[in-house]
Write a protein that binds this ligand. Structure first.
Ligand code: ADP
Ligand code: MG
Length: 664
């Protein structure tokens, strides 16, 4: 069996419903696992407490009655006799039961027991009796038009047919973990004999999902390693050294290691696909510029794509400063330039007059053509979707790719999200960088906070103030507009105060950011628009209101806005109540450790500020919950890669990999 129509009773209409659930063939149907399980077990009515969920069976006593509560809301009431005890049953809006239920009929009632009224408010009434031994029932998520019961029926018909079920776990691993086979496991997941069997079956299926996933990544990496399509870029070490020695600082050891990796990536005939992870301020951007310079020396264009216009502008300014003596032509491409300017810029890019193009999403507009794009760098890359990255990639002739992220993530997780990338970590801090001192304060201590702020302003330093929203009704949440008023009241007489947020137009935003950078504005109140990349070394304090509303990684990034010069800097986290998560930030300043903590304690969506659908590739496994298994699978896959090509036994796995990985 392969197609849904081969199942008895499944016609075109049912197929449509199944398609809606993402089920397109028998294989999909069989791996459409239950959303959850219920245990069908007779409740001991002597021991139930008020409001508890109960399951009982018995016979209908007397005729049901309909009560019209309103035009839309109807209730059916009847009595059920169980073991000589009588209970009232109330069911809402399942009017069909009125005709179905007959005096003396055996039924099962599932619902909540209200002791005072001796009534079960039923969520479900079924005809029949409960099994003598408790039964585990699979509950499927379905769509209107297709009942759970019907869906379960089709799944079971498929399971009992002759479906193809290939075991992808190599036999020596099956032995190592004492797994049952896949067919058994699939059966058990849909119709568990016991909780123990169910657990065992789930482990088996999860393991295979993770195994195949990591195997695909490793296989792609292997192919990539043999992908000789990339351009070999030629440039001299001396020229690169001259550029690096023009900086007024020395590279940290991790920066040097990363630069060297990039150097050999560019020179190799294999395409570079490298992720650079490091805390804000660890010096990723400068590494990106060095890479751009190597690429320039080799004669190719570089595109640097960032998530916000503010950041694009800042990178552009830095690039001009760095490259002015080195002949690299830089351009800034944002959505705020005029049509005429855009056309001119497009022409220059197409003709190869621009070497480094910095911009936002505008870098991937369809009508923009490059002369010879050789390197693509995305900053804070997790903010771009995979599709956008692909779009950019397609614009060059086999361009090399560097992605930068200030939200470091555990290695395995990076692997599972970014797939076949190589990863460079920049952990060492630039010399002389002072640790930012972090304080957690309760809202009641606001006077303390204001005093601390005053001290910094008096020293001529600058301050960021962050609020979670721009404006809003909710009085318990501070917003940018209200805070601006308050700060003006407190500090308006001694210094200039500015405000930026996402609703301002770009000109205004840039103007204010500029004034802050120039030191004209002392206190800048903003939303998280400044979250990424902004660099003002004279800023020595960041005060974050309602800090509890942000993810730890976001807070850590925000904290990275300060401590960029050689002055002692502070981060103040404000919240109404004491909070363990926030206290963790007082003690810890290592972005890798923080993301690990975040990762293990919160949903992975929060980790990135945007929802990652990393888990959508798994039907059963969950990267966070099954993290330990993932680590084990990773080692197993590494081991397996050594034998994959050795034995004909694994030919079917190679076929599978060839089918899923695009070999073109
Ligand atoms: P990131 O992109 O990782 O947030 P940046 O590259 O923007 O960090 O660096 C932050 C600041 O530190 C910049 O002003 C940069 O010039 C400076 N910097 C980078 N590397 C070093 C270093 N090795 N020593 C001293 N300062 C550095
Ligand atoms: Mg940066």
């Amino acid at each position: 069996m392969k197609y849904l129509e081969e199942i008895d009773g499944v016609g075109a209409k049912t197929c449509l419903f199944l398609n809606k659930l993402g089920i397109n063939d028998i294989a999909d149907l069989i791996s459409y696992y239950p959303k959850r399980y219920d245990v069908l077990k007779r409740s001991d009515m002597r021991n139930v407490v008020d409001g508890e969920k109960v399951i009982i069976d018995g016979v209908v006593d007397g005729q049901p009655t309909i009560i019209n509560l309103s035009r839309k809301l109807k209730k059916i009431i009847f009595r059920i006799c169980n073991d000589k005890n009588m209970y009232n049953v109330a069911v809402y809006n399942q009017i069909y039961l009125f005709n179905e239920l007959k005096y003396g009929m055996s039924i099962i009632v599932i619902g909540k027991y209200e002791r005072l009224k001796n009534t079960i408010v039923a969520s479900e009434v079924r005809i029949g009796r409960l099994p003598d031994v408790p039964k585990i029932e699979s509950i499927y998520y379905t769509t209107s038009g297709l009942s759970r019961k019907m869906l379960a029926k089709y799944i079971n018909k498929a399971l009992n047919g002759d479906f193809e079920c290939i075991d992808y776990i190599p036999s020596y691993l099956v032995e190592r973990y004492n797994f049952r086979d896949k067919k058994w496991s699939t059966f058990q997941i849909h119709n568990p004999d016991s909780v123990i069997s169910l657990k065992r079956a789930r482990q088996r299926i999860k393991y295979e999902e993770l195994f195949l996933y990591l195997l695909k990544i490793n296989f792609m990496k292997y192919l990539n390693g043999n992908d000789k399509n990339a351009v070999v870029k030629e440039f001299s070490d001396n020229d690169v050294e001259t550029f690096i020695s023009s900086f007024d600082f020395e590279l940290t050891s991790d920066q040097i290691i990363t630069v060297n990796s990039i150097k050999s990536d560019l020179r190799s005939e294999r395409r570079m696909n490298r992720l650079i992870q490091g805390d804000v301020g660890s010096g990723k951007t400068i590494v990106a510029f060095i890479a751009s310079y190597m690429n320039y020396l080799a004669g190719y264009q570089t595109a640097l794509m960032v998530p916000t216009e503010i950041l694009a502008y800042q990178h552009y300014e830095n690039a001009i400063k760095l490259f002015s003596k080195f002949g690299v032509n830089c351009a800034l491409l944002t959505s705020s330039i005029s049509k005429k300017e855009r056309k001119e810029l497009y022409d220059e890019i197409r003709l190869g007059k621009i070497d480094l193009i910095i911009g936002t999403q505008s870098l991937i507009q369809d009508d923009l053509q490059y002369f010879n794009l050789g390197l693509i760098i995305t900053d804070e890359q997790h903010r771009f979707g995979v599709r956008q990255r692909e779009k950019l990639k397609n614009k060059g002739v086999f361009p090399d790719v560097i992605s930068m992220s200030a939200t470091p993530i555990p290695r395995t997780y990076a692997l599972s999200i970014y797939g076949d990338m190589d990863v460079s970590n920049i952990k060492t801090k630039p010399k002389g960088r002072k640790e930012v001192i972090t304080y957690f304060k309760k809202n009641n201590d606001i006077l303390d906070v204001l005093r601390m702020m005053k001290k910094e302003v008096d020293l001529g330093h600058q301050i960021y103030v962050i609020a979670p929203s721009i404006d809003g009704e909710d009085n318990s949440i501070d917003n940018v507009k209200k805070l601006t008023e308050k700060m003006t009241l407190a500090f308006g007489k001694i210094c200039k105060i500015g405000m930026v947020h996402g609703k301002l137009d770009n000109d205004e935003k840039n103007k204010i950011m500029n004034e802050f950078e120039m030191g004209k504005i002392s206190i800048l109140i903003s939303t998280t628009v400044i979250e990424v990349g902004v660099n003002v070394p004279n800023a020595s304090m960041i005060v974050i209101f309602n800090a509890n509303l942000f993810g730890l990684s976001t807070l850590h990034q925000l904290r990275g806005r300060v401590g960029r010069g050689d002055i002692q800097s502070y981060c103040i986290l404000l919240a109404s109540d004491s909070c363990e998560r926030l206290k963790m930030l007082e003690r810890c300043s290592d972005g890798f450790e923080i993301s690990e903590y975040d990762f293990l304690n919160r949903g992975e969506g929060d980790l990135f500020g945007v929802k990652q659908s990393g888990d959508a590739v798994f039907k059963l496994a969950n990267i966070k919950k099954d993290y330990k298994m993932l680590l084990r699978v990773r080692d197993d896959v590494d081991e397996f890669m050594n034998v994959l090509f050795e034995s004909s036994e694994y030919q079917y796995i190679l076929n599978y990999l060839g089918d899923c990985c695009d070999l073109s």
